[in-house]
Design a binder for this molecule. Structure first.
Ligand SMILES: [Zn+2]
Ligand SMILES: [Zn+2]
Length: 272
């Protein structure tokens, strides 16, 4: 495969990237002299670094895991990329072995230094490279971000108290923001209005009054589709119930048949 044949947003293997760019993939920055490129890998699973995202820009941490980072080798190549003619290509890894091509990037501001913890937890200086995607970039899928969060959360739950506290306090105060691609079902506003009116301020599952009122004085209930719209559920009153926040969370977390049966028995919804 040629570099020009890479498609932004597509997934590639380690082998494909190495043979396309003719470089090794040893680290987050890999220089190929043959193709005059620098292949940047942001590995969200392994990385100890915390790149900050600002929509189509990323402040990318340089190379070097322990001690102060120096402006040598790949870091130097990257910092001179505006004048040295080296093309920068960026990949992201959310799952082991799956490299998503994000396209070409360029430095849009001068690299700067910042303090960040190294691999051993000691403070050190890193170089930060403000990179901007060329205009062919595409937003990432929301599911990638969600899955990554879940994987990190699962890992965090296994840490000891001290390590968890350290990690919780050692991230930058702001992790940044990114545009994500998401598909949303349109919801029928009449179904929502009808269902709330039918409930008349009482949760249709636990049959308790709404826990509080909205600022306009109306009882606070949430409309839930028993068979989720994402799973092909109908946006009709026979598939919608008004729930208190507690019951709503519970139905999403547990999705128990026994709860659905209660709603069918009380004729709020039709059998699904
Ligand atoms: Zn309830
Ligand atoms: Zn719901």
């Amino acid at each position: 495969m040629l570099i020009e044949e890479l498609q932004v947003g597509n997934q590639y293997t380690n082998d494909e990237i190495r043979s396309t760019f003719r470089c090794s993939l040893q680290s987050g920055m890999n220089k190929s002299n043959t193709t005059n490129t620098l292949v940047l890998i942001i590995n969200h699973i392994k990385s100890i670094y915390h790149d900050r995202w600002f929509d189509n820009k990323v402040h990318h941490i340089g190379k070097g895991q322990v001690g102060d980072q120096t402006m040598t080798r790949e870091n130097k190549t990257l910092s001179e990329s505006i004048t040295n003619g080296v093309d920068l290509h960026l990949f992201e890894v959310f799952r082991t072995g799956v490299y998503i091509y994000r396209g070409q990037v360029h430095l849009y501001e001068k690299p700067y230094q910042k303090e960040q913890l190294d691999k051993n937890g000691n403070p050190r200086k890193v170089w930060v490279f403000p990179l901007e995607f060329d205009d062919n970039s595409r937003p990432i899928e929301n599911s990638e971000i969600e899955e990554l969060f879940q994987a990190k959360f699962n890992k965090a739950q296994k840490l000891g108290n001290q390590e968890l506290e350290d990690k919780a306090n050692n991230l930058p105060d702001i992790l940044g923001y990114r545009e994500v691609a998401a598909v949303r079902n349109q919801r029928n506003p009449y179904v929502v209005a009808y269902t709330l009116r039918r409930a008349n301020g009482v949760c249709e599952l636990c049959e308790q009054p709404a826990p509080f009122n909205r600022p306009n004085g109306k009882p606070y209930l949430e409309v839930h589709h028993v068979k989720h719209l994402d799973d092909g559920g109908n946006d009709m009153t026979e598939n919608a119930v008004a729930l208190c926040p507690n019951c709503h969370r519970m139905m999403h977390s547990l999705n128990r048949k026994s709860d659905i049966d209660i709603l069918i028995l009380s004729k709020k919804i039709k059998k699904i």
